[in-house]
Design a protein. Structure first.
Length: 462
């Protein structure tokens, strides 16, 4: 799709440049049809968004196209005989105009998607299920074996992957594909009215009400700073916990009926959560009752999780501080941006995670040099501009496609470590993950006080 979007972007620029340079070219002066080209360029610019979804890198180009088209209106009206030629303002296409056009076009071209932004179809099954208690529709996507004939093949560990709120499954679709290719069966989902957007089984997108969108933005912007935003963040965590509880019950009761060829082992489950989903998993994992009721959960993976429920204020009006300590009872991997290694940002952004690392809980923190908060997802490949604007502190040796495979590999290697060191379970079928993959670049690791598994050089080496 990146090649497809670049074609209309180049055409848009061409339709603006030709009429602009027409007064200076004898060949073009006789081509009266060029007066319509700016309108065509405007139509192309507007059409990019319904055709390719919201593309932030195209916004400056569209705005400049609107400006140049408006400026060109007198020339078009004169062509139609509706304007006094003597009153037409000078239409010289100055170097400044040309420079801005080139700059906005380069931004659009450089930050265009590196990979197809459409959801993956091969090997993916979809289904809509209803949580009757909450009157909520959940849209499931199951990434199972591409070859449905799994007879004789080893069963796969199942991963329930809770997507980020912003972008939802569209931001982790290719990570899920990589996890599938590395040996998991992956179940992901989005919920109508919560995820932004939720992706229906028919491919339709559903956005939450505008008021809810504002509250979500408020929670992410100030959830660790102000009480009002923190309370809304806690409400988001509570809603995600209900999603996870409902889906765990669904996995135990109905998943294998609805997806008989999933190839998944029902007694070997890993839970991965992005942002709010990771916070919800941490809160669930800290409950001894929840842990006892879900022995099939072998590990948690939390990606850039804010853990808003850990913040409290001693007195009204005081700044929020990390007060509540969350202690997951399950081996847990935290994946964070390399900002966690910045002494000035470390405690402010990752205070709850750092406190957990100081306790007697089986946790480990991983941060890839150069990784920003959005980079453990499809974002570097699908929305390079977002990734560049919210980048890590260091220059990353990983490229856009490396982040997708590298993220999945860290998760797979963590799960492999747990499976290979787990005690024998007579109730669990033998499961298999692909051979561990070596990772380039520098990955920073910190372990909690109760971590007693092998050194994390294991994750880096095949």
């Amino acid at each position: 799709m990146q090649e497809n979007i670049r074609i209309p972007e180049v055409l848009l620029v061409l339709f603006l440049v030709l009429p602009a340079i027409r007064p200076y070219s004898r060949v073009l002066q006789s081509q009266d049809g060029l007066v319509w080209f700016p309108l065509v360029a405007l139509a192309i610019g507007v059409g990019l968004f319904p055709a390719y979804g919201f593309r932030p890198e195209c916004v400056p180009l569209l705005l400049w196209t609107v400006f140049l088209t408006i400026r060109h209106v007198p020339v078009l009206l004169d062509h139609l005989g509706w304007w006094d030629r003597d009153k037409i303002p000078r239409q010289g296409f100055t170097p400044v105009y040309l420079g801005v056009l080139i700059l906005t076009a380069l931004v659009a071209l450089y930050f265009s998607p590196r990979k197809d932004t459409r959801l993956i179809l091969p090997g993916v099954e979809t289904r809509t299920i209803q949580d009757e208690a909450r009157n909520a529709a959940l849209f499931l996507r199951l990434y199972g074996p591409v070859d449905p004939d799994t007879q004789g093949a080893p069963v796969r560990p199942l991963m329930l992957l809770v997507p980020p709120v912003f972008g939802s499954v569209g931001m982790v679709d290719q990570v899920c594909e990589q996890l599938r290719d590395q040996g998991f069966t992956v179940l992901s989902f989005s919920r109508e009215g919560f995820d932004f957007p939720a992706w229906g089984s028919d491919g339709k997108r559903y956005s939450p009400p505008v008021r809810e969108q504002f509250r979500i933005l408020q929670a992410f912007a100030q959830g660790n700073a102000t009480k009002a935003a923190n309370l809304w963040g806690r409400a988001l965590e509570a809603e995600r916990m209900e999603d996870i509880r409902f889906l765990l019950a669904y996995i135990k009761q109905d998943l294998y009926r609805d997806f008989p060829e999933s190839g998944a082992e029902r007694n070997t489950l890993f839970l991965t959560g992005y942002d709010v989903g990771g916070s919800a998993l941490a809160l669930l994992g800290a409950s001894p009752e929840w842990r006892a009721a879900n022995p099939e959960v072998k590990g948690l993976i939390l990606v850039e999780s804010p853990l808003w429920s850990a913040y409290q204020a001693d007195e009204p009006g005081q700044p929020l501080q990390v007060k509540a300590l969350i202690r997951p009872q399950v081996p847990t991997l935290f994946m964070a941006s390399d900002r966690v290694n910045d002494s000035q940002k470390r405690n402010r952004l990752y205070g709850p995670v750092l406190q957990i690392l100081q306790t007697d809980t089986p946790v480990v923190l991983a941060a890839v040099d150069g990784a920003g908060p959005l980079d453990y997802s499809d974002c570097p490949a699908k929305y390079p501009l977002y990734s560049a604007c919210i980048s890590g502190n260091k220059q990353t040796p990983w490229k856009y496609d490396t982040f997708i495979e590298g993220t999945a590999s860290i998760m797979t290697n963590f799960a492999s470590l747990l499976l290979e060191n787990a005690p024998p379970d007579p109730f669990r079928s033998p499961v298999a993950l692909s051979r561990r993959k070596g990772l380039g670049g520098t990955v920073h690791f910190e372990t909690g006080g109760a971590w007693n598994l092998p050194d994390f050089g294991y994750i880096l080496s095949p």
